[in-house]
Design a protein. Structure first.
Length: 324
Protein backbone atom coordinates (compact mmCIF):
# COMPACT_ATOMS: atom_id res chain seq x y z
CA UNK A 1 0.00 0.00 0.00
CA UNK A 2 2.80 2.41 0.89
CA UNK A 3 4.63 1.80 -2.41
CA UNK A 4 1.40 2.36 -4.31
CA UNK A 5 0.96 5.61 -2.41
CA UNK A 6 4.40 6.84 -3.45
CA UNK A 7 3.75 5.94 -7.09
CA UNK A 8 0.38 7.69 -7.07
CA UNK A 9 1.54 10.93 -5.49
CA UNK A 10 4.74 11.14 -7.55
CA UNK A 11 3.01 10.69 -10.87
CA UNK A 12 3.38 13.58 -13.30
CA UNK A 13 -0.17 14.25 -14.37
CA UNK A 14 -1.62 16.15 -17.28
CA UNK A 15 -5.06 17.73 -17.16
CA UNK A 16 -6.88 14.51 -18.08
CA UNK A 17 -4.89 12.63 -15.46
CA UNK A 18 -5.77 15.24 -12.82
CA UNK A 19 -9.47 14.94 -13.62
CA UNK A 20 -9.28 11.14 -13.52
CA UNK A 21 -7.56 11.19 -10.15
CA UNK A 22 -10.17 13.63 -8.82
CA UNK A 23 -12.98 11.33 -9.98
CA UNK A 24 -11.22 8.27 -8.53
CA UNK A 25 -10.84 10.05 -5.21
CA UNK A 26 -14.61 10.18 -4.82
CA UNK A 27 -14.83 6.49 -5.72
CA UNK A 28 -12.24 5.54 -3.08
CA UNK A 29 -14.43 6.54 -0.16
CA UNK A 30 -18.26 6.60 -0.48
CA UNK A 31 -18.44 8.33 2.91
CA UNK A 32 -16.59 11.26 1.37
CA UNK A 33 -19.31 11.62 -1.27
CA UNK A 34 -22.07 11.62 1.34
CA UNK A 35 -20.19 14.04 3.59
CA UNK A 36 -19.48 16.38 0.67
CA UNK A 37 -23.16 16.42 -0.30
CA UNK A 38 -24.26 17.19 3.26
CA UNK A 39 -21.71 19.95 3.80
CA UNK A 40 -22.66 21.48 0.44
CA UNK A 41 -26.38 21.73 1.31
CA UNK A 42 -26.21 25.29 2.79
CA UNK A 43 -24.25 26.42 -0.28
CA UNK A 44 -26.76 24.65 -2.52
CA UNK A 45 -29.87 26.25 -0.97
CA UNK A 46 -28.36 29.71 -1.03
CA UNK A 47 -27.30 29.27 -4.65
CA UNK A 48 -30.88 28.35 -5.59
CA UNK A 49 -32.09 31.65 -4.13
CA UNK A 50 -29.19 33.60 -5.63
CA UNK A 51 -29.55 32.06 -9.09
CA UNK A 52 -33.29 32.78 -9.15
CA UNK A 53 -32.60 36.42 -8.34
CA UNK A 54 -29.70 36.59 -10.81
CA UNK A 55 -31.61 35.15 -13.76
CA UNK A 56 -34.48 37.60 -13.27
CA UNK A 57 -31.95 40.43 -13.14
CA UNK A 58 -30.19 39.23 -16.31
CA UNK A 59 -33.48 38.97 -18.22
CA UNK A 60 -34.38 42.55 -17.33
CA UNK A 61 -30.90 43.86 -18.15
CA UNK A 62 -30.71 42.09 -21.51
CA UNK A 63 -34.11 43.49 -22.52
CA UNK A 64 -32.88 47.02 -21.84
CA UNK A 65 -29.46 46.67 -23.46
CA UNK A 66 -30.70 44.90 -26.60
CA UNK A 67 -33.28 47.56 -27.41
CA UNK A 68 -32.32 49.79 -30.33
CA UNK A 69 -33.20 53.43 -30.54
CA UNK A 70 -34.73 54.44 -33.87
CA UNK A 71 -34.58 58.03 -35.01
CA UNK A 72 -34.34 60.05 -38.23
CA UNK A 73 -30.85 58.77 -38.99
CA UNK A 74 -30.15 55.65 -40.97
CA UNK A 75 -28.10 54.20 -38.18
CA UNK A 76 -29.36 52.60 -35.00
CA UNK A 77 -27.04 53.88 -32.31
CA UNK A 78 -27.96 53.15 -28.69
CA UNK A 79 -27.26 56.26 -26.67
CA UNK A 80 -25.88 55.66 -23.16
CA UNK A 81 -28.21 58.28 -21.67
CA UNK A 82 -31.20 56.49 -23.17
CA UNK A 83 -30.10 53.21 -21.59
CA UNK A 84 -29.37 55.01 -18.33
CA UNK A 85 -32.91 56.46 -18.29
CA UNK A 86 -34.36 52.97 -18.57
CA UNK A 87 -32.22 51.70 -15.71
CA UNK A 88 -34.47 53.09 -12.98
CA UNK A 89 -33.97 53.18 -9.23
CA UNK A 90 -35.43 49.70 -8.89
CA UNK A 91 -32.71 48.39 -11.17
CA UNK A 92 -30.00 50.11 -9.10
CA UNK A 93 -31.44 48.62 -5.91
CA UNK A 94 -31.45 45.13 -7.44
CA UNK A 95 -27.85 45.59 -8.60
CA UNK A 96 -26.72 46.60 -5.11
CA UNK A 97 -28.59 43.67 -3.59
CA UNK A 98 -27.08 41.26 -6.12
CA UNK A 99 -23.54 42.52 -5.44
CA UNK A 100 -24.09 42.27 -1.67
CA UNK A 101 -25.27 38.68 -1.96
CA UNK A 102 -22.30 37.83 -4.21
CA UNK A 103 -19.60 39.42 -2.06
CA UNK A 104 -20.71 38.31 1.40
CA UNK A 105 -22.92 35.24 2.00
CA UNK A 106 -22.21 33.49 -1.31
CA UNK A 107 -18.47 33.40 -0.77
CA UNK A 108 -18.79 32.54 2.92
CA UNK A 109 -20.96 29.53 2.12
CA UNK A 110 -18.48 28.49 -0.57
CA UNK A 111 -15.51 28.85 1.80
CA UNK A 112 -17.17 26.65 4.42
CA UNK A 113 -17.62 23.95 1.78
CA UNK A 114 -14.10 24.32 0.37
CA UNK A 115 -12.46 24.00 3.80
CA UNK A 116 -13.98 20.56 4.33
CA UNK A 117 -13.50 19.28 0.78
CA UNK A 118 -9.85 20.31 0.46
CA UNK A 119 -8.79 18.98 3.85
CA UNK A 120 -10.43 15.56 3.43
CA UNK A 121 -9.53 15.25 -0.27
CA UNK A 122 -5.84 15.76 0.50
CA UNK A 123 -5.88 13.07 3.18
CA UNK A 124 -7.63 10.57 0.95
CA UNK A 125 -5.48 11.39 -2.10
CA UNK A 126 -2.26 10.87 -0.17
CA UNK A 127 -3.83 7.73 1.30
CA UNK A 128 -3.14 8.86 4.85
CA UNK A 129 -6.68 8.06 5.95
CA UNK A 130 -8.28 6.28 3.00
CA UNK A 131 -10.76 4.32 5.12
CA UNK A 132 -12.16 7.27 7.07
CA UNK A 133 -15.69 6.60 8.20
CA UNK A 134 -18.48 9.13 8.11
CA UNK A 135 -18.18 9.52 11.88
CA UNK A 136 -14.44 10.26 11.57
CA UNK A 137 -15.17 12.99 9.03
CA UNK A 138 -17.83 14.62 11.23
CA UNK A 139 -15.55 14.59 14.28
CA UNK A 140 -12.52 15.87 12.37
CA UNK A 141 -11.79 19.38 13.75
CA UNK A 142 -10.75 22.44 11.77
CA UNK A 143 -8.27 24.49 13.77
CA UNK A 144 -9.08 28.14 14.41
CA UNK A 145 -5.73 29.26 12.99
CA UNK A 146 -6.41 27.44 9.73
CA UNK A 147 -9.90 28.91 9.58
CA UNK A 148 -8.74 32.49 10.16
CA UNK A 149 -5.75 32.20 7.84
CA UNK A 150 -7.78 30.61 5.05
CA UNK A 151 -10.37 33.36 5.43
CA UNK A 152 -7.66 36.00 4.94
CA UNK A 153 -6.43 34.28 1.78
CA UNK A 154 -10.01 33.89 0.57
CA UNK A 155 -10.63 37.63 1.04
CA UNK A 156 -7.60 38.40 -1.15
CA UNK A 157 -8.85 36.00 -3.81
CA UNK A 158 -12.38 37.41 -3.72
CA UNK A 159 -11.20 40.99 -4.12
CA UNK A 160 -8.87 40.17 -7.01
CA UNK A 161 -11.32 37.93 -8.87
CA UNK A 162 -14.20 40.39 -8.40
CA UNK A 163 -12.17 43.29 -9.77
CA UNK A 164 -11.17 41.23 -12.80
CA UNK A 165 -14.75 40.05 -13.40
CA UNK A 166 -15.92 43.67 -13.25
CA UNK A 167 -13.45 44.44 -16.01
CA UNK A 168 -14.90 41.67 -18.19
CA UNK A 169 -18.46 42.84 -17.47
CA UNK A 170 -17.49 46.43 -18.30
CA UNK A 171 -16.09 45.29 -21.66
CA UNK A 172 -19.32 43.48 -22.57
CA UNK A 173 -21.45 46.41 -21.39
CA UNK A 174 -19.30 48.84 -23.39
CA UNK A 175 -20.06 46.92 -26.56
CA UNK A 176 -23.81 46.69 -25.98
CA UNK A 177 -24.38 50.23 -24.67
CA UNK A 178 -21.88 52.38 -26.58
CA UNK A 179 -20.27 50.62 -29.51
CA UNK A 180 -23.11 48.56 -30.98
CA UNK A 181 -23.94 49.84 -34.47
CA UNK A 182 -25.20 47.97 -37.59
CA UNK A 183 -22.33 49.15 -39.81
CA UNK A 184 -19.66 48.62 -37.18
CA UNK A 185 -21.02 45.53 -35.41
CA UNK A 186 -18.51 43.21 -37.07
CA UNK A 187 -15.49 45.43 -36.41
CA UNK A 188 -16.38 46.35 -32.85
CA UNK A 189 -17.55 42.81 -32.13
CA UNK A 190 -14.24 41.40 -33.37
CA UNK A 191 -12.16 43.87 -31.34
CA UNK A 192 -14.22 43.35 -28.18
CA UNK A 193 -14.18 39.59 -28.74
CA UNK A 194 -10.37 39.51 -29.03
CA UNK A 195 -9.97 41.68 -25.93
CA UNK A 196 -12.47 39.54 -24.02
CA UNK A 197 -10.73 36.26 -24.93
CA UNK A 198 -7.34 37.71 -23.99
CA UNK A 199 -8.58 38.90 -20.59
CA UNK A 200 -10.45 35.64 -20.02
CA UNK A 201 -7.29 33.63 -20.62
CA UNK A 202 -5.40 35.70 -18.05
CA UNK A 203 -8.29 35.37 -15.61
CA UNK A 204 -8.35 31.57 -15.93
CA UNK A 205 -4.57 31.32 -15.48
CA UNK A 206 -4.73 33.48 -12.38
CA UNK A 207 -7.77 31.55 -11.11
CA UNK A 208 -5.70 28.36 -11.06
CA UNK A 209 -3.01 30.18 -9.04
CA UNK A 210 -5.57 31.78 -6.70
CA UNK A 211 -7.29 28.45 -6.06
CA UNK A 212 -3.96 26.81 -5.33
CA UNK A 213 -3.16 29.57 -2.82
CA UNK A 214 -6.33 28.72 -0.89
CA UNK A 215 -5.41 25.02 -0.98
CA UNK A 216 -1.98 25.96 0.38
CA UNK A 217 -3.57 27.97 3.20
CA UNK A 218 -5.73 25.02 4.23
CA UNK A 219 -3.06 22.31 3.93
CA UNK A 220 0.27 24.05 4.52
CA UNK A 221 -0.60 26.75 7.06
CA UNK A 222 0.65 29.61 4.87
CA UNK A 223 -1.76 32.50 4.52
CA UNK A 224 -2.45 35.72 2.68
CA UNK A 225 0.22 37.19 0.44
CA UNK A 226 2.70 34.46 1.39
CA UNK A 227 0.27 31.77 0.21
CA UNK A 228 -0.22 33.56 -3.11
CA UNK A 229 3.54 33.96 -3.54
CA UNK A 230 4.08 30.24 -2.82
CA UNK A 231 1.29 29.38 -5.24
CA UNK A 232 2.99 31.49 -7.90
CA UNK A 233 6.23 29.62 -7.24
CA UNK A 234 4.59 26.20 -7.57
CA UNK A 235 2.73 27.31 -10.72
CA UNK A 236 5.88 28.18 -12.66
CA UNK A 237 6.03 26.02 -15.75
CA UNK A 238 2.54 24.70 -15.05
CA UNK A 239 0.54 27.72 -16.27
CA UNK A 240 -0.80 25.87 -19.32
CA UNK A 241 -2.12 22.96 -17.24
CA UNK A 242 -3.74 25.36 -14.80
CA UNK A 243 -5.32 27.30 -17.65
CA UNK A 244 -6.79 24.19 -19.29
CA UNK A 245 -8.00 22.83 -15.95
CA UNK A 246 -9.88 26.04 -15.13
CA UNK A 247 -11.12 26.26 -18.71
CA UNK A 248 -12.76 22.83 -18.38
CA UNK A 249 -14.83 23.92 -15.37
CA UNK A 250 -15.53 27.33 -16.90
CA UNK A 251 -16.94 25.68 -20.03
CA UNK A 252 -19.06 23.35 -17.90
CA UNK A 253 -20.52 26.30 -16.02
CA UNK A 254 -21.23 28.28 -19.18
CA UNK A 255 -22.76 25.19 -20.83
CA UNK A 256 -25.29 24.93 -17.99
CA UNK A 257 -26.40 28.52 -18.55
CA UNK A 258 -26.45 28.22 -22.35
CA UNK A 259 -28.51 25.03 -22.18
CA UNK A 260 -30.93 26.92 -19.97
CA UNK A 261 -31.31 29.62 -22.64
CA UNK A 262 -31.41 27.07 -25.47
CA UNK A 263 -34.29 25.08 -24.01
CA UNK A 264 -36.13 28.14 -22.77
CA UNK A 265 -35.81 27.18 -19.11
CA UNK A 266 -34.62 30.57 -17.87
CA UNK A 267 -36.48 31.33 -14.64
CA UNK A 268 -37.89 27.79 -14.28
CA UNK A 269 -37.61 26.70 -10.64
CA UNK A 270 -37.15 23.02 -11.47
CA UNK A 271 -34.38 23.78 -13.93
CA UNK A 272 -32.67 26.11 -11.46
CA UNK A 273 -32.61 23.36 -8.82
CA UNK A 274 -31.19 20.85 -11.33
CA UNK A 275 -28.70 23.41 -12.60
CA UNK A 276 -27.46 24.29 -9.12
CA UNK A 277 -27.22 20.61 -8.22
CA UNK A 278 -24.93 20.00 -11.18
CA UNK A 279 -22.99 23.16 -10.38
CA UNK A 280 -22.34 22.06 -6.79
CA UNK A 281 -21.19 18.67 -8.04
CA UNK A 282 -18.83 20.35 -10.50
CA UNK A 283 -17.62 22.74 -7.79
CA UNK A 284 -16.72 19.86 -5.50
CA UNK A 285 -14.92 18.11 -8.35
CA UNK A 286 -13.08 21.34 -9.18
CA UNK A 287 -11.67 21.73 -5.69
CA UNK A 288 -10.66 18.08 -5.51
CA UNK A 289 -8.90 18.59 -8.86
CA UNK A 290 -7.18 21.68 -7.38
CA UNK A 291 -5.88 19.51 -4.53
CA UNK A 292 -4.48 16.96 -7.00
CA UNK A 293 -3.04 19.79 -9.12
CA UNK A 294 -1.35 21.33 -6.07
CA UNK A 295 0.30 18.07 -5.00
CA UNK A 296 1.46 17.42 -8.56
CA UNK A 297 2.97 20.91 -8.93
CA UNK A 298 4.62 20.63 -5.52
CA UNK A 299 6.14 17.24 -6.36
CA UNK A 300 7.51 18.57 -9.66
CA UNK A 301 9.15 21.51 -7.91
CA UNK A 302 10.65 19.25 -5.24
CA UNK A 303 11.97 16.81 -7.85
CA UNK A 304 13.49 19.69 -9.77
CA UNK A 305 15.25 20.96 -6.64
CA UNK A 306 16.56 17.45 -5.87
CA UNK A 307 17.84 17.08 -9.45
CA UNK A 308 19.59 20.45 -9.21
CA UNK A 309 21.24 19.50 -5.91
CA UNK A 310 22.35 16.16 -7.33
CA UNK A 311 23.69 17.92 -10.41
CA UNK A 312 25.72 20.33 -8.27
CA UNK A 313 27.18 17.42 -6.28
CA UNK A 314 28.13 15.61 -9.50
CA UNK A 315 29.80 18.75 -10.84
CA UNK A 316 31.69 19.17 -7.57
CA UNK A 317 32.91 15.54 -7.73
CA UNK A 318 34.03 16.01 -11.36
CA UNK A 319 35.91 19.18 -10.47
CA UNK A 320 37.68 17.40 -7.60
CA UNK A 321 38.69 14.56 -9.92
CA UNK A 322 40.06 16.99 -12.49
CA UNK A 323 42.00 18.97 -9.88
CA UNK A 324 43.52 15.76 -8.45
Amino acid sequence: MESNNVILVNQKLEVIGILKQAAKLFAKNPSFIIFTVLTSLPFFFFLVYYETFLQGFLVKTSQILLQRRYDNFRYNWPIPFESERKLDKGFSYQLIQLCSLYLLPLHLFELSTVLVIVDLASKIYREEEIWMTFKDMVQRPIHGTTLRGSFVTFVYITILSTCYLLGLIWLVTLYFVVLRNPLCDVIFGLLCGIAFMFLLRIYLEWSAMWNMSLVISILEGVYGVEAMALSNYFSRGNERRGLILMLVFFVLGVSLRLSCLLFGCLGSERWIVAQIGLFCLGNALKWVACVVYFHDCKNRIMEKKVDEEVGKKVEAVDENKQSS
